[in-house]
Design a protein around this ligand. Structure first.
Ligand code: CTP
Ligand code: MG
Length: 236
């Protein structure tokens, strides 16, 4: 990490990736545009991101044909001022790369967030930013794993039982110095999260406390849970 990467704070960029189709959810619209208690998942995620102190740049990565915030699919989403929308790619890493290219160069820190983790509390965003500003090369929110985890071979036979105490289930938003994450993505490599790309370039990634509410809406059961949670709170 260079000194430049942690110079005086200049602003936070947030990339919300929303370009997936949501195959496992199986709705008739792309997952981020599925309603959760009165507004699309993307609307929940954007409302939280827009409240982040120090926010300078907010980018949504949308599916092809869904890039117009005035379009019908966005009904119920309040686009914050200075929002930029770009089109996603076939895999998540490609979508993140497209979003990173649109982040204002004046940002020192960037967060990458899944629209599908639509109920992630603002406090998680703030913890991640604080840890990047404190000097970490990469920061991911994570929770201790409650189940015992097995590794298996192709035939389903157990090959090992890692010590649970050393495992974390990680979430988003994941935070990085902007230049460092852009460099990690410049390789065009693919991974299921952004931290993995930064880890591969030899940088150290810190896990901070995540939140149960940052779960990813993946299946219809997850959608029901999210809908119940929104119904139970005093704002939508
Ligand atoms: N995502 C994206 N571009 C892709 C794939 C995923 O922007 N090509 C985003 C999704 O919109 C989501 C986040 O990455 O907010 C996490 O991905 P996931 O939960 O897997 O969403 P989908 O890929 O849409 O769902 P599925 O894998 O069930 O199809
Ligand atoms: Mg997916």
């Amino acid at each position: 990490m260079t000194d430049d990467a942690h110079a005086a704070p200049r602003g936070v960029g947030v990339v919300v990736v929303a370009a997936g189709s949501g195959q496992r959810l199986g709705a008739d619209v792309p997952k981020a545009f599925v309603d959760v208690g009165g507004r699309p998942m993307l609307g929940h995620a954007l409302a939280t991101a827009a409240a982040l102190p120090g926010l300078r740049s907010l980018v949504v990565v949308a599916p092809a044909g869904m890039g117009d915030p005035a379009g019908a699919g966005w009904r119920g989403v309040e686009p914050p001022p200075a929002l930029r929308v770009v089109e996603g790619a076939a895999d998540r890493s490609g979508s993140v790369a497209a979003g990173l290219a649109a982040v204002d160069d004046g940002c020192d820190v960037v967060l990458v967030h899944d629209a599908a983790r639509c109920l992630t509390p603002l406090a998680v965003f703030e913890r991640v930013v604080a840890a990047v500003r404190a000097g970490a090369d990469g920061v991911v929110p994570g929770l201790a794993v409650v189940d015992t985890v097995k590794t298996v071979d192709a035939g389903g036979f157990v090959t090992g039982t890692p010590d649970r105490a050393g495992l974390r289930a990680v979430q988003t938003p994941q935070g990085f110095p902007l230049a460092l994450l852009r460099a990690a993505h410049a390789s065009g490599q693919v991974a299921t999260d952004d931290a993995a790309l930064v880890e591969r370039t030899g940088h150290r990634v810190l896990v901070v406390e995540g939140d149960a509410l940052a779960f990813k809406v993946t299946t219809p059961e997850d959608l029901e849970r999210a809908t119940r949670l929104v119904a139970g709170r005093d704002h939508p």
